[in-house]
Design a protein around this ligand. Structure first.
Ligand code: FE2
Length: 210
């Protein structure tokens, strides 16, 4: 991940703001990337400006070890470093090349564990719908297999030692303009713009580093 240390800046999206249309609208992408993610970046920089010893920490380290920091820094770092990490991970997991399907190693693991991509997506969306309030659903790798987990707020599974492969942001700001309060409709549209190629790359990297 580029720009991985203080001072953090908002990397451009890896596609045009309207690349996910008609599934995720251009205005939502502008607001989500330029305002919501920007706010997490600004907040994180403001915190780290006062904490010189943390300025060399990578984004991953800040997220992973937030709970070992002094008490007064734990929640602000967990929320804001998490907000940056999770949004970058989410945006990089989408593509303007609509309708991709999982291939290669990941497709095989999904078939072995869930029966196929349709069954996997049904289970994944069920988990995403179960998030009460704001948070994320994740496909992760832990120990020796895939798993689906959810996190509240800006918590991130890397803080529990898990390796994320795919995520969906289910904060209302991710879908309210187009899908109103119908999270299920957003999830049906999100499915069309999943970057399965990126998910496969992430899995290969996880397996290579074990
Ligand atoms: Fe978000």
């Amino acid at each position: 991940m580029e720009n991985n240390c203080y001072p953090f800046s908002n990397l451009p999206l890896p596609y045009a703001y309207d690349a996910l249309e008609p599934f995720i609208d251009e205005k939502t992408m502008h607001l989500h990337h330029d305002r919501h993610l920007q706010t997490y970046i600004d907040n994180l920089n403001a915190i780290l400006k006062e904490e010189e010893q943390l300025q060399k920490f990578s984004l991953e380290l800040l997220v992973k070890y937030a709970d070992r920091l002094p008490q007064n820094l734990q929640a602000p770092i967990r929320n804001n470093a998490g907000g940056v990490y999770n949004h970058r991970f989410f945006f990089e997991g989408l593509t303007g090349e609509h309708g991709q399907k999982p291939e290669g190693r990941l497709a095989g693991k999904i078939r072995d564990q869930y029966g196929g991509v349709e069954d996997f997506l049904a289970e994944f969306k069920k988990a995403a719908l179960s998030v009460f309030g704001s948070g994320y659903a994740w496909l992760i790798w832990r120990r020796c297999g895939l798993d689906i987990v959810t996190t509240p707020n800006q918590n991130c599974p890397i803080a529990q030692g898990c390796f994320p492969i795919l995520t969906v942001d289910v904060w209302e700001h991710a879908y309210y303009l187009k899908h109103y309060n119908v999270r299920a409709a957003y999830l049906d549209d999100w499915e069309k713009v999943i970057n399965w190629e990126m998910a496969e790359q992430r899995l290969m990297q996880i397996l290579a580093n074990r």
